[in-house]
Design a protein around this ligand. Structure first.
Ligand SMILES: Nc1ncnc2c1ncn2[C@@H]1O[C@H](COP(=O)(O)OP(=O)(O)OP(=O)(O)O)[C@@H](O)[C@H]1O
Length: 379
């Protein structure tokens, strides 16, 4: 029997396209450790750009099919799927991929020559800002479930709750009275559900924060970002305060954000506010990863859907504004109860339709980050 050559396996895998990145796995350098034994058994590792990759199974099966088709005499095929999260293009002074610079530099932190550097966090690969046009649309709920879901897939995840006037993450994870430790002059994030968390609510009581304005608020925000010992993170989720005021603008201007996620309900009113959030990110050149529609419908016990806030408003808005639609999350009492009881729905009821929807949204966001990072590193 003719032995199988490693080059035959490489050639076969060179025909397998990464569906999102539009190039083959070999060109993208995603295949490692190809080994063929004397009996014709093959093993190799595929290194994905995120552990939350929704295409994981598809890619694995495509590899197996491609090898079986090209090398019919192959024995067993053992594909080990791992991941290494790619870094944001905005990392370490790189300005590639952000487009949108208007060239006039009228914003101080716009990245032009001589402009102040945006704040970067050394060991944080990607910063995802989660924003909403107005309060109460479920931004914090989406941020938390996103963080927990990415962590559950195997990523290293941090979460910042920057809602100065109404921090909700401590309650949502049952850490109301927790105070972070300080080590070597840095705040230690508090870890829960596999996520490293820091909230303005851990640092000051809400009544104190309520009277802060302008500089006080800004310096508290800065502290949340720069004075925390995050260590290594694949994704840092930044739950922004609701709305598009000065605090939000300063934050998104001064921090090297990989991309923004916008949360809305399907309601028209919410959508009018969403347009303002979109404008804010576009103005400062932060890529928008896409739009999440929360509270899309209420599922009745017989499985029918009640579209309480109107139908597909988010999806239509995304389309007309040239944004990716990242998915819909239905209304469910388990989400609200999860928020109130301190255990996110994704942990308490992982199989519930809302939790599944939230996981799909998380996968979609991870995927958009990978695409963004690949586009600027390949171009
Ligand atoms: N899909 C959902 N199903 C049921 N309840 C939800 C859902 N999403 C959010 N909620 C509930 O709605 C309320 C508001 O959510 P949340 O605090 O996440 O909103 P927010 O946009 O962050 O608000 P704000 O920023 O103004 O604090 C919470 O009680 C939360 O549990």
């Amino acid at each position: 029997m003719m032995s199988i050559q490693k080059s035959q396996i490489e050639a076969a895998l060179g025909t397998v396209m990464e569906p999102d990145l539009g190039r083959d796995l070999m060109t993208l350098g995603m295949v490692e450790n190809i080994a063929v034994d004397e009996a014709g058994n093959v093993s190799f590792t595929v290194v994905l750009t995120t552990p939350a990759c929704p295409m994981k199974e598809k890619i694995k099966n495509s590899c197996i099919e491609a090898i079986r088709a090209a090398v019919p005499e192959v024995g067993s095929i053992d594909v080990n799927m791992t991941s290494k999260v790619t870094s944001s293009c905005s990392h370490h002074g790189g300005h590639g991929g952000h487009g949108n610079h208007d060239g006039h530099g009228h914003h101080a932190a716009h990245g032009g020559h001589g402009a102040p550097q945006k704040i970067e966090l050394d060991n944080v690969k990607n910063i995802i800002a989660v924003a909403s046009g107005k309060g109460g649309v479920g931004k914090s709920t989406v941020s938390l479930n996103l963080a927990v879901s990415l962590a559950a897939s195997g990523a290293k995840v941090g979460l910042i709750d920057a809602d100065l006037y109404g921090p909700s993450i401590p309650t949502m994870v049952g850490l109301q009275n927790t105070k972070p430790e300080v080590q070597n002059g840095k705040l230690m994030p508090i870890e829960k559900f596999g996520v490293k968390m820091m909230s303005i609510g851990f640092l000051v009581d809400p009544e104190t924060a309520l009277i802060w304005r302008g500089p006080m608020a800004s310096s508290a925000m800065r502290q949340l970002i720069t004075d925390v010992d995050w260590q290594e993170l694949d994704y840092l989720i930044f739950d922004l305060p609701p709305g598009t005021g000065d605090i939000q603008l300063t934050l998104v201007q001064n921090l090297a954000i990989t991309g923004a996620v916008i949360v809305t309900t399907p309601q028209e009113v919410a959508l009018a506010d969403v347009a303002k959030a979109v404008t804010m990110f576009r103005k400062v050149g932060v890529p928008i990863l896409g739009l999440v529609e929360n509270m899309s419908w209420y599922e009745l016990p017989d499985g029918t859907r009640d579209y309480i806030f109107g139908r597909q408003g988010g999806e239509k808005f995304a389309k007309t504004n040239a944004m990716t639609f990242l998915g819909s999350i239905p209304i469910s009492s388990s989400v609200r109860e999860g928020g109130d009881s301190g255990t996110p729905a994704i942990i308490a009821t992982p199989d519930a339709p809302t939790s599944q929807a939230a996981s799909r949204v998380a996968g979609e966001i991870a995927r958009q980050i990978s695409i963004l990072n690949a586009n600027c590193s390949l171009n």
